[in-house]
Write a protein that binds this ligand. Structure first.
Ligand code: CP3
Length: 362
Protein backbone atom coordinates (compact mmCIF):
# COMPACT_ATOMS: atom_id res chain seq x y z
CA UNK A 1 0.00 0.00 0.00
CA UNK A 2 1.33 3.44 -0.94
CA UNK A 3 1.79 5.61 2.16
CA UNK A 4 -0.34 8.76 1.98
CA UNK A 5 1.77 11.92 1.59
CA UNK A 6 4.86 9.82 0.77
CA UNK A 7 6.69 12.89 -0.59
CA UNK A 8 5.89 15.22 2.34
CA UNK A 9 8.77 16.57 4.44
CA UNK A 10 7.50 14.60 7.45
CA UNK A 11 7.27 11.19 5.78
CA UNK A 12 10.52 11.65 3.83
CA UNK A 13 12.36 12.53 7.04
CA UNK A 14 10.81 9.63 8.96
CA UNK A 15 12.17 7.37 6.23
CA UNK A 16 15.64 8.89 6.55
CA UNK A 17 15.44 10.51 3.13
CA UNK A 18 16.42 14.10 2.28
CA UNK A 19 13.57 16.56 2.75
CA UNK A 20 13.11 20.20 1.67
CA UNK A 21 13.15 21.32 5.32
CA UNK A 22 13.13 19.89 8.84
CA UNK A 23 9.51 18.90 9.50
CA UNK A 24 7.86 20.13 12.69
CA UNK A 25 4.75 19.21 14.66
CA UNK A 26 3.95 19.40 18.37
CA UNK A 27 2.65 16.79 20.76
CA UNK A 28 -0.61 18.21 22.19
CA UNK A 29 -0.69 20.79 19.41
CA UNK A 30 -4.48 20.50 19.70
CA UNK A 31 -5.66 21.41 23.15
CA UNK A 32 -6.14 24.01 25.80
CA UNK A 33 -3.42 26.40 24.60
CA UNK A 34 -5.69 27.21 21.62
CA UNK A 35 -8.62 29.61 22.09
CA UNK A 36 -10.41 27.94 19.18
CA UNK A 37 -10.10 24.62 21.05
CA UNK A 38 -11.59 26.04 24.23
CA UNK A 39 -14.39 27.54 22.13
CA UNK A 40 -15.53 24.24 20.61
CA UNK A 41 -14.45 21.67 23.21
CA UNK A 42 -17.73 21.69 25.22
CA UNK A 43 -18.11 20.75 28.87
CA UNK A 44 -18.20 16.93 28.77
CA UNK A 45 -15.12 14.77 29.30
CA UNK A 46 -12.53 14.52 26.56
CA UNK A 47 -13.83 11.03 25.79
CA UNK A 48 -17.22 12.58 24.90
CA UNK A 49 -15.48 14.98 22.51
CA UNK A 50 -13.47 12.16 20.92
CA UNK A 51 -16.71 10.25 20.28
CA UNK A 52 -17.99 13.08 18.05
CA UNK A 53 -16.22 12.79 14.66
CA UNK A 54 -17.26 16.28 13.51
CA UNK A 55 -15.73 17.81 16.64
CA UNK A 56 -12.65 15.54 16.76
CA UNK A 57 -11.99 16.32 13.11
CA UNK A 58 -12.27 20.08 13.66
CA UNK A 59 -9.98 19.96 16.73
CA UNK A 60 -7.35 17.95 14.83
CA UNK A 61 -7.39 20.50 12.01
CA UNK A 62 -7.15 23.62 14.22
CA UNK A 63 -3.37 23.55 14.82
CA UNK A 64 -2.68 22.60 11.20
CA UNK A 65 -4.52 25.72 10.03
CA UNK A 66 -3.02 28.02 12.63
CA UNK A 67 0.61 26.86 12.66
CA UNK A 68 1.25 25.25 9.29
CA UNK A 69 2.78 22.22 11.01
CA UNK A 70 4.01 19.34 8.84
CA UNK A 71 1.80 16.67 10.41
CA UNK A 72 -1.51 16.35 12.22
CA UNK A 73 -2.09 14.05 15.18
CA UNK A 74 -5.45 12.42 15.65
CA UNK A 75 -7.47 13.98 18.46
CA UNK A 76 -8.05 10.99 20.72
CA UNK A 77 -6.47 9.63 23.90
CA UNK A 78 -4.33 6.69 24.94
CA UNK A 79 -7.22 5.32 27.03
CA UNK A 80 -9.79 5.40 24.19
CA UNK A 81 -9.57 1.62 23.46
CA UNK A 82 -9.72 0.48 27.11
CA UNK A 83 -12.60 2.88 27.69
CA UNK A 84 -14.39 1.54 24.61
CA UNK A 85 -14.20 -2.10 25.74
CA UNK A 86 -15.75 -1.15 29.07
CA UNK A 87 -12.86 -1.28 31.54
CA UNK A 88 -14.38 1.69 33.36
CA UNK A 89 -11.81 4.37 32.52
CA UNK A 90 -12.60 8.06 32.25
CA UNK A 91 -10.42 11.16 31.87
CA UNK A 92 -10.95 13.68 34.67
CA UNK A 93 -10.38 17.30 33.59
CA UNK A 94 -7.12 18.65 34.99
CA UNK A 95 -6.19 15.20 36.36
CA UNK A 96 -5.96 12.59 33.61
CA UNK A 97 -7.16 8.99 33.34
CA UNK A 98 -9.09 7.63 36.34
CA UNK A 99 -10.42 4.09 36.80
CA UNK A 100 -13.47 2.97 38.85
CA UNK A 101 -12.12 -0.46 39.72
CA UNK A 102 -8.36 -0.59 39.15
CA UNK A 103 -6.64 -3.76 37.88
CA UNK A 104 -5.80 -5.92 40.91
CA UNK A 105 -5.61 -9.64 40.10
CA UNK A 106 -5.91 -12.30 37.43
CA UNK A 107 -9.72 -12.09 37.33
CA UNK A 108 -9.37 -8.53 35.99
CA UNK A 109 -7.87 -9.86 32.74
CA UNK A 110 -11.43 -10.79 31.71
CA UNK A 111 -12.25 -7.09 31.68
CA UNK A 112 -9.74 -6.65 28.82
CA UNK A 113 -11.43 -8.38 25.89
CA UNK A 114 -10.11 -7.85 22.34
CA UNK A 115 -10.98 -4.59 20.58
CA UNK A 116 -13.36 -4.68 17.60
CA UNK A 117 -12.63 -1.26 16.07
CA UNK A 118 -15.71 -1.20 13.82
CA UNK A 119 -18.06 -1.93 16.71
CA UNK A 120 -16.18 -0.39 19.67
CA UNK A 121 -14.59 2.75 18.20
CA UNK A 122 -16.50 3.51 14.98
CA UNK A 123 -16.13 7.23 15.79
CA UNK A 124 -12.32 6.99 15.65
CA UNK A 125 -12.48 5.37 12.23
CA UNK A 126 -14.95 7.99 11.00
CA UNK A 127 -12.71 10.78 12.27
CA UNK A 128 -9.62 9.34 10.57
CA UNK A 129 -11.50 8.93 7.30
CA UNK A 130 -12.87 12.46 7.36
CA UNK A 131 -9.42 13.85 8.20
CA UNK A 132 -7.49 12.15 5.44
CA UNK A 133 -9.97 13.65 2.98
CA UNK A 134 -9.31 17.17 4.28
CA UNK A 135 -5.74 17.33 5.54
CA UNK A 136 -2.95 18.91 3.49
CA UNK A 137 -0.37 17.02 5.61
CA UNK A 138 0.03 13.43 6.89
CA UNK A 139 -2.08 12.21 9.81
CA UNK A 140 -0.30 10.50 12.71
CA UNK A 141 -2.31 7.75 14.37
CA UNK A 142 -1.31 6.61 17.84
CA UNK A 143 -1.75 4.23 20.73
CA UNK A 144 -0.67 4.10 24.34
CA UNK A 145 2.14 1.64 24.95
CA UNK A 146 1.33 -1.34 27.19
CA UNK A 147 3.36 -0.08 30.18
CA UNK A 148 1.89 3.42 30.27
CA UNK A 149 -1.69 2.19 29.84
CA UNK A 150 -1.11 -0.57 32.44
CA UNK A 151 0.12 2.02 34.92
CA UNK A 152 -3.20 3.90 34.68
CA UNK A 153 -5.25 0.71 34.94
CA UNK A 154 -3.33 -0.45 38.01
CA UNK A 155 -2.91 2.87 39.85
CA UNK A 156 -6.44 4.06 39.03
CA UNK A 157 -5.17 7.61 38.57
CA UNK A 158 -1.97 9.45 37.62
CA UNK A 159 0.94 8.62 39.94
CA UNK A 160 4.39 9.97 40.74
CA UNK A 161 5.79 6.73 42.19
CA UNK A 162 4.20 3.87 40.16
CA UNK A 163 4.20 1.98 43.45
CA UNK A 164 1.30 -0.39 42.69
CA UNK A 165 2.44 -0.89 39.10
CA UNK A 166 5.93 -1.87 40.22
CA UNK A 167 4.48 -4.08 42.96
CA UNK A 168 2.54 -6.13 40.41
CA UNK A 169 5.55 -6.24 38.07
CA UNK A 170 7.89 -7.49 40.79
CA UNK A 171 5.56 -9.86 42.67
CA UNK A 172 3.56 -11.59 39.93
CA UNK A 173 5.61 -11.62 36.76
CA UNK A 174 3.34 -14.08 34.86
CA UNK A 175 0.27 -11.89 35.46
CA UNK A 176 2.28 -8.78 34.58
CA UNK A 177 3.27 -10.23 31.21
CA UNK A 178 -0.29 -11.45 30.53
CA UNK A 179 -1.61 -7.94 31.23
CA UNK A 180 0.95 -6.27 28.97
CA UNK A 181 0.30 -8.84 26.27
CA UNK A 182 -3.43 -8.02 26.24
CA UNK A 183 -2.66 -4.31 26.11
CA UNK A 184 -0.24 -4.95 23.23
CA UNK A 185 -3.02 -6.69 21.30
CA UNK A 186 -5.36 -3.75 21.92
CA UNK A 187 -2.73 -1.29 20.68
CA UNK A 188 -2.02 -3.37 17.56
CA UNK A 189 -5.70 -3.66 16.65
CA UNK A 190 -6.28 0.04 17.23
CA UNK A 191 -3.22 1.15 15.24
CA UNK A 192 -4.02 -1.17 12.34
CA UNK A 193 -7.55 0.19 12.14
CA UNK A 194 -6.25 3.79 12.04
CA UNK A 195 -3.74 3.01 9.28
CA UNK A 196 -6.37 1.08 7.29
CA UNK A 197 -8.42 4.29 7.18
CA UNK A 198 -5.47 6.41 6.07
CA UNK A 199 -3.18 7.35 8.96
CA UNK A 200 0.28 7.83 7.39
CA UNK A 201 2.45 7.17 10.47
CA UNK A 202 1.95 5.84 13.98
CA UNK A 203 3.31 6.94 17.34
CA UNK A 204 3.49 4.61 20.34
CA UNK A 205 3.27 6.76 23.48
CA UNK A 206 5.14 5.16 26.39
CA UNK A 207 5.08 8.42 28.30
CA UNK A 208 6.03 6.98 31.69
CA UNK A 209 8.60 4.34 30.64
CA UNK A 210 11.31 6.57 32.09
CA UNK A 211 10.09 5.54 35.56
CA UNK A 212 11.97 2.26 35.06
CA UNK A 213 15.62 1.25 35.23
CA UNK A 214 17.06 0.00 31.94
CA UNK A 215 17.13 -3.56 33.29
CA UNK A 216 13.48 -3.47 34.37
CA UNK A 217 12.47 -1.80 31.11
CA UNK A 218 14.12 -4.57 29.12
CA UNK A 219 12.68 -7.38 31.17
CA UNK A 220 9.16 -6.16 31.89
CA UNK A 221 8.25 -3.74 29.11
CA UNK A 222 10.35 -4.17 25.98
CA UNK A 223 8.79 -7.52 24.92
CA UNK A 224 5.27 -6.06 24.81
CA UNK A 225 6.30 -2.83 23.07
CA UNK A 226 8.32 -4.84 20.55
CA UNK A 227 5.20 -6.92 19.91
CA UNK A 228 3.17 -3.78 19.19
CA UNK A 229 5.72 -2.33 16.76
CA UNK A 230 6.19 -5.72 15.04
CA UNK A 231 2.41 -6.02 14.81
CA UNK A 232 2.23 -2.99 12.52
CA UNK A 233 5.53 -3.47 10.66
CA UNK A 234 3.89 -4.92 7.54
CA UNK A 235 1.77 -1.77 7.09
CA UNK A 236 4.84 0.10 5.85
CA UNK A 237 4.13 3.34 7.72
CA UNK A 238 6.83 5.01 9.88
CA UNK A 239 6.72 4.00 13.54
CA UNK A 240 7.59 6.57 16.21
CA UNK A 241 8.38 5.42 19.77
CA UNK A 242 8.20 8.11 22.44
CA UNK A 243 8.66 8.41 26.20
CA UNK A 244 9.70 10.95 28.84
CA UNK A 245 12.90 10.69 30.95
CA UNK A 246 14.02 7.86 28.69
CA UNK A 247 17.60 9.04 28.11
CA UNK A 248 18.96 5.68 29.25
CA UNK A 249 16.34 3.69 27.34
CA UNK A 250 16.72 5.22 23.88
CA UNK A 251 18.75 2.32 22.47
CA UNK A 252 16.14 -0.21 23.62
CA UNK A 253 13.30 1.94 22.36
CA UNK A 254 14.87 1.97 18.90
CA UNK A 255 15.58 -1.77 19.09
CA UNK A 256 11.88 -2.36 19.79
CA UNK A 257 11.35 -1.68 16.09
CA UNK A 258 10.93 2.06 15.56
CA UNK A 259 12.21 4.11 12.64
CA UNK A 260 11.81 7.26 14.76
CA UNK A 261 12.58 7.66 18.47
CA UNK A 262 11.11 10.54 20.45
CA UNK A 263 13.46 12.28 22.89
CA UNK A 264 12.57 14.60 25.79
CA UNK A 265 14.49 17.78 26.62
CA UNK A 266 16.76 16.16 29.21
CA UNK A 267 18.92 14.48 26.57
CA UNK A 268 20.49 16.68 23.86
CA UNK A 269 19.81 15.28 20.41
CA UNK A 270 23.50 14.82 19.59
CA UNK A 271 23.87 12.71 22.75
CA UNK A 272 20.67 10.81 21.90
CA UNK A 273 22.10 10.18 18.43
CA UNK A 274 25.05 8.32 19.95
CA UNK A 275 22.67 5.99 21.82
CA UNK A 276 20.57 4.73 18.89
CA UNK A 277 21.59 2.65 15.86
CA UNK A 278 22.89 4.58 12.83
CA UNK A 279 19.99 5.52 10.60
CA UNK A 280 17.50 6.05 13.42
CA UNK A 281 15.52 9.28 13.03
CA UNK A 282 15.12 11.42 16.17
CA UNK A 283 12.06 13.44 17.12
CA UNK A 284 12.17 16.30 19.62
CA UNK A 285 13.08 17.94 21.85
CA UNK A 286 12.47 21.53 22.91
CA UNK A 287 11.43 21.91 26.56
CA UNK A 288 7.69 22.79 26.55
CA UNK A 289 8.20 25.00 29.62
CA UNK A 290 10.72 27.10 27.67
CA UNK A 291 8.13 27.59 24.92
CA UNK A 292 5.65 28.72 27.58
CA UNK A 293 8.28 31.30 28.70
CA UNK A 294 7.87 33.26 25.45
CA UNK A 295 9.60 33.96 22.17
CA UNK A 296 13.08 35.14 23.20
CA UNK A 297 13.69 32.02 25.29
CA UNK A 298 12.13 29.81 22.63
CA UNK A 299 14.23 31.21 19.78
CA UNK A 300 17.49 30.59 21.59
CA UNK A 301 16.59 27.07 22.75
CA UNK A 302 15.10 26.07 19.38
CA UNK A 303 18.24 27.17 17.55
CA UNK A 304 20.25 24.88 19.80
CA UNK A 305 17.82 21.98 19.19
CA UNK A 306 18.23 22.46 15.43
CA UNK A 307 22.01 22.48 15.78
CA UNK A 308 22.08 19.34 17.93
CA UNK A 309 19.56 17.70 15.59
CA UNK A 310 22.18 17.89 12.89
CA UNK A 311 20.01 19.01 9.96
CA UNK A 312 18.77 15.62 8.81
CA UNK A 313 17.06 12.58 10.31
CA UNK A 314 15.38 15.05 12.67
CA UNK A 315 11.67 15.69 13.16
CA UNK A 316 11.38 18.86 15.23
CA UNK A 317 8.97 18.60 18.18
CA UNK A 318 8.80 19.49 21.83
CA UNK A 319 10.19 17.08 24.41
CA UNK A 320 6.63 16.49 25.68
CA UNK A 321 3.21 18.03 25.09
CA UNK A 322 2.41 21.74 24.65
CA UNK A 323 1.51 23.21 28.05
CA UNK A 324 -1.89 24.95 28.36
CA UNK A 325 -0.12 28.21 29.40
CA UNK A 326 1.65 28.45 26.02
CA UNK A 327 1.01 31.49 23.81
CA UNK A 328 -0.01 30.14 20.37
CA UNK A 329 1.88 33.06 18.78
CA UNK A 330 5.15 31.57 20.10
CA UNK A 331 4.41 28.21 18.44
CA UNK A 332 3.51 29.98 15.21
CA UNK A 333 6.88 31.78 15.15
CA UNK A 334 8.62 28.54 16.08
CA UNK A 335 7.24 26.77 13.00
CA UNK A 336 8.51 29.68 10.90
CA UNK A 337 11.94 29.46 12.50
CA UNK A 338 12.26 25.70 11.92
CA UNK A 339 11.16 26.02 8.31
CA UNK A 340 13.40 28.98 7.49
CA UNK A 341 16.51 27.71 9.26
CA UNK A 342 16.58 24.30 7.62
CA UNK A 343 16.79 22.82 4.17
CA UNK A 344 19.44 22.38 1.50
CA UNK A 345 19.82 26.10 0.81
CA UNK A 346 20.11 27.59 4.27
CA UNK A 347 23.03 25.81 5.91
CA UNK A 348 25.13 28.91 6.67
CA UNK A 349 28.58 27.49 5.93
CA UNK A 350 27.62 24.98 3.23
CA UNK A 351 29.06 25.35 -0.26
CA UNK A 352 26.53 26.70 -2.75
CA UNK A 353 24.60 23.81 -4.23
CA UNK A 354 24.00 23.49 -7.93
CA UNK A 355 20.96 21.30 -8.45
CA UNK A 356 21.47 20.80 -12.22
CA UNK A 357 22.46 17.26 -13.19
CA UNK A 358 26.22 17.04 -12.95
CA UNK A 359 26.38 20.63 -11.77
CA UNK A 360 28.34 22.10 -8.92
CA UNK A 361 31.11 19.51 -8.93
CA UNK A 362 34.40 19.93 -10.72
O1 CP3 B 1 -2.63 17.11 19.98
C1 CP3 B 1 -2.38 15.94 20.39
O2 CP3 B 1 -1.27 15.61 20.84
C2 CP3 B 1 -3.42 14.85 20.15
C3 CP3 B 1 -4.24 14.44 21.18
C4 CP3 B 1 -3.81 13.65 22.40
C5 CP3 B 1 -4.49 13.79 23.63
N1 CP3 B 1 -4.02 12.85 24.49
C6 CP3 B 1 -5.57 14.76 23.87
C7 CP3 B 1 -5.81 15.20 25.25
C8 CP3 B 1 -2.86 12.65 22.56
C9 CP3 B 1 -1.85 12.12 21.56
C10 CP3 B 1 -3.01 12.14 23.89
C11 CP3 B 1 -2.25 11.01 24.43
C12 CP3 B 1 -2.16 10.86 25.89
N2 CP3 B 1 -3.19 10.86 26.79
C13 CP3 B 1 -0.97 10.56 26.58
C14 CP3 B 1 0.36 10.37 25.94
C15 CP3 B 1 0.97 11.66 25.62
C16 CP3 B 1 1.51 12.38 26.84
O3 CP3 B 1 1.05 13.49 27.10
O4 CP3 B 1 2.42 11.83 27.47
C17 CP3 B 1 -1.28 10.45 27.95
C18 CP3 B 1 -0.32 10.16 29.07
C19 CP3 B 1 -2.68 10.63 28.07
C20 CP3 B 1 -3.52 10.59 29.29
C21 CP3 B 1 -4.11 11.92 29.56
N3 CP3 B 1 -5.19 12.43 28.89
C22 CP3 B 1 -3.63 12.93 30.44
C23 CP3 B 1 -2.45 12.78 31.38
C24 CP3 B 1 -4.48 14.05 30.28
C25 CP3 B 1 -4.34 15.41 30.94
C26 CP3 B 1 -5.37 15.74 31.92
C27 CP3 B 1 -5.63 17.23 31.94
O5 CP3 B 1 -6.80 17.61 31.89
O6 CP3 B 1 -4.66 18.01 32.01
C28 CP3 B 1 -5.43 13.72 29.31
C29 CP3 B 1 -6.49 14.62 28.78
C30 CP3 B 1 -6.24 15.17 27.43
N4 CP3 B 1 -5.93 14.40 26.35
C31 CP3 B 1 -6.31 16.54 27.02
C32 CP3 B 1 -6.06 16.56 25.64
C33 CP3 B 1 -6.08 17.75 24.71
C34 CP3 B 1 -6.59 17.76 27.91
C35 CP3 B 1 -7.91 17.80 28.55
C36 CP3 B 1 -9.13 18.23 27.80
O7 CP3 B 1 -9.14 19.04 26.85
O8 CP3 B 1 -10.17 17.78 28.28
Amino acid sequence: METPHAESAFILTCRGRPAPHTPVWFMRQAGRSLPEYRAVRGSGTILDAIARPDLACEITLQPVRRYGVDAAILYSDIVTPVHAIGFGVDVAPGVGPVVDRPFRDRSDLQRLRPLDPEADTPYVLETVEALVGELPVPLIGFAGAPFTVASYLIEGRPTRTWVRTKALMHTDEPLWHDLLDRLADLAITSLRSQVARGAAAVQLFDSWAGALSPADYERYVLPASTKVLAGVADLGVPRIHFGVSTGDLLGSMAAAGAEVVGVDWRTPLDVARSRVPAGTVLQGNLDPAVVAAGWAATEEAATEVLRAGGGSRHVFNLGHGVLPETDPATLERLVGLVHSHTGPDVTPDAEPTDHRPGGGRP
